[in-house]
Every structure is written in structure tokens, then in C-alpha cells.
Design a binder for this molecule. Structure first.
Ligand code: CP
Length: 325
């Protein structure tokens, strides 16, 4: 039997390897839509999607909006500022009022871990987590997986190291789940103060020195140093961090083979990553962004009831699950 998604996408932890592969495989035919002069297919025509962003975002918000528009859904963007949230309305009341206007899906980014799941349990519409607190950022991990699969032709057996502020990173959590489920070897590297306690119990290797991670890995996913949280004294200084954990061209020259360089963005150049690395020949950072649109199209299409085997047909003009019309 073909794998299917549940009502909501709240994280990669609850997904099976088959469900993750289903999303990645469904994203493949959607890549081509973004390369056309007219970037639009009618797969979600008539569906209404609300993007509820209660936290800052550039890539994820715009990528979801492009994905929705390229599938011909009707979209509405709601930010916390300027909405009734500022007057004290709860998340559930906001969503229920939106549902009263007959919406089909909610894409939510929220500063609280668990917000997407909380909402999904209380409304009928499909809910997609676009990042909740320090919990998960599933579509970021899916686009990371798609980018690695494009680059290496496989995920199984790959050695991927997440470098930096793992403690505060929802991307790291989703990446770890996704990579392990698809059979990759995963490591983390960073100051102990920025690694969750007992992270080894998830099945990941811990490197104390970037040089060791560089010797081991096929790909580095460099995480943003969450500067807004650094007042709490997690590191002595940003300069010190760059000196000890920065992914620099000099360090990468010592790698036994060219390492693929990833970053979820937004980047702090000269803090966690050297500009020569970010813009270098082995960086796939902008490929990640490109793949984000296809992955989000796949997630929305599948949650709307689209049949994976008909994604190719949908790309040519069919609705979710139906033949081309
Ligand atoms: N990667 C990511 O989530 O970026 P934004 O915060 O800009 O959406």
C-alpha cells in the first residue's frame, strides 16, 4: 500500500521513512513548474490557505506563498502585528474565526514549541508547521533532504554534521529525525553549551572540534548562531565563537574530499560561516531555497488529498487526486 500523510504535518519525528520518501518523490515533478515561463498549475484550484506567521521569516513565508500560488490556491497572509492577537485573541480563536470563513489549510510559524500540533488538534483544516519554537521545522528538513539527494543521489550512508547552535535549532531537530530515518549517519559539532544534553541518545555522534567534523563528514549543515539568545552567556563572544567553531575556507582546505556546505538561513557571515565558504563552489545554500518551493508544493498537494502517482499529471493540469482536467 502506498504511504499517505496524516491530516497535519507537524514534524518529521512522527513520520515514517516511507512518508518522508513520499514527500521527496512527489516534490520531483513539481521542481519543473518553477522553471516555466508561466509558473502555475491548477492542482489546488479552489483551496484556501492561510499563512499565519507569528514570528519573523523571509524564506519560509515567501516559499510557502510561492508554492501555494503555483498550485493555484487562494492565499491570505496573517502576521501577529496588525491582527487581533495584539488585542489578546488566542491562537485557537484566531484559527476558528478563519475556519468560519471556510478555509482549507493553515501554515503556521509560532514562537512556542508545540503550537502547530496544538492547533491541528483543535481545527478541522490541515495544519502545516512552518517552525514552532525550538521544536521542529519539518519543511526545512525536507528541503535539506531533497538537496542532499540531488547532490549525492542517495541519503542512506551519507555522513552529515550539523555545526553550531543545535540547542536552539528547530532545523537541527527536524534534520536529525529525517536523516536518521532515511539511513544517514548524523553528527553534531558545537560548544557543549549549545548542544542539548544527552544528544548522543538520539543516535548522533558528537564532535568537539570542527576539524574532526570536517575529516569525517560528506556534508556540513552550518546552523545560525541565534545571536538574539546569546545574552544568556552560552558563548564567551561572537569573535571567540568564529575563531573556534567558524566554518572557514582555511579549515575546509584540510578536508579529505570537498564537503557539501548547507545553511538553512538566515546566515550570519563571519560568525558561523565564512563568506568564501557560503558563496564557494561546494555551497548548495541557494539550491536549498529553490528546493523549498517544490517540497512545500508536494506537502500542500499531498495534504489536500493529491495522489503521488498523479503529481506528474497535476503538473500538467490535473486537480488533487484527479486526472488532468
Ligand atoms: N530557514 C528559515 O526558516 O528561514 P526564515 O526564518 O527566513 O523563514
Amino acid at each position: 500500500m502506498t504511504a499517505a500523510l496524516d491530516k497535519d504535518l507537524v514534524g518529521l519525528a512522527p513520520l515514517s521513512a516511507e512518508q518522508i520518501r513520499l514527500i521527496l518523490d512527489t516534490a520531483e515533478p513539481f521542481k519543473e513548474v518553477s522553471e516555466r515561463p508561466i509558473k502555475k498549475v491548477p492542482a489546488l484550484r479552489g483551496k484556501t490557505i492561510v499563512n499565519l506567521f507569528f514570528e519573523a521569516s523571509t524564506r519560509t513565508r515567501i516559499s510557502f506563498e510561492f508554492a501555494e500560488k503555483r498550485l493555484s490556491a487562494d492565499t491570505v497572509n496573517v502576521a501577529a502585528s496588525g491582527s487581533a492577537v495584539q488585542k489578546g485573541e488566542t491562537l485557537v480563536d484566531t484559527a476558528r474565526n478563519l475556519e468560519a470563513m471556510r478555509i482549507d489549510m493553515v501554515v503556521i510559524r509560532h514562537p512556542s514549541s508545540g503550537a502547530a500540533e496544538f492547533l491541528g488538534r483543535r481545527i478541522r483544516s490541515n495544519v502545516v508547521n512552518a517552525g514552532d519554537g525550538k521544536h521542529e521545522h519539518p519543511t526545512q528538513a525536507l528541503l535539506d533532504l531533497l538537496t542532499l539527494r540531488d547532490k549525492f543521489g542517495r541519503i542512506e550512508g551519507l555522513k552529515v554534521c550539523l555545526v553550531g547552535d543545535v540547542l536552539h535549532s528547530r532545523v537541527a531537530r527536524s534534520d536529525i529525525w529525517g536523516l536518521l530515518k532515511l539511513g544517514a549517519q548524523v553528527a553534531v559539532c558545537g560548544p557543549r553549551t549549545l548542544l542539548p544534553r544527552r544528544i548522543e541518545e538520539l543516535g548522533v555522534t558528537v564532535f568537539e572540534h570542527v576539524a574532526d567534523a570536517i575529516q569525517w563528514a560528506d556534508a556540513l549543515n552550518v546552523l545560525r548562531l541565534q545571536l538574539e539568545r546569546m545574552e544568556a552567556g552560552f558563548i564567551p563572544s561572537v569573535r571567540e565563537y568564529y575563531r573556534v567553531f567558524g566554518v572557514t575556507a582555511e579549515r575546509l582546505e584540510k578536508a579529505p574530499r570537498p564537503l557539501t556546505i548547507m545553511h538553512p538561513g538566515p546566515m550570519n557571515r563571519g560568525v558561523e560561516i565564512d563568506s568564501r565558504v557560503a558563496d564557494g563552489p561546494h555551497s548548495v545554500i541557494l539550491d536549498q531555497v529553490t528546493n523549498g518551493v517544490a517540497v512545500r508544493m508536494a506537502v500542500l498537494y499531498l495534504l489536500a488529498g493529491g495522489k503521488p502517482e498523479l503529481a506528474d499529471a497535476a503538473k500538467r493540469g490535473g486537480g488533487p487526486g484527479g486526472p488532468p482536467d
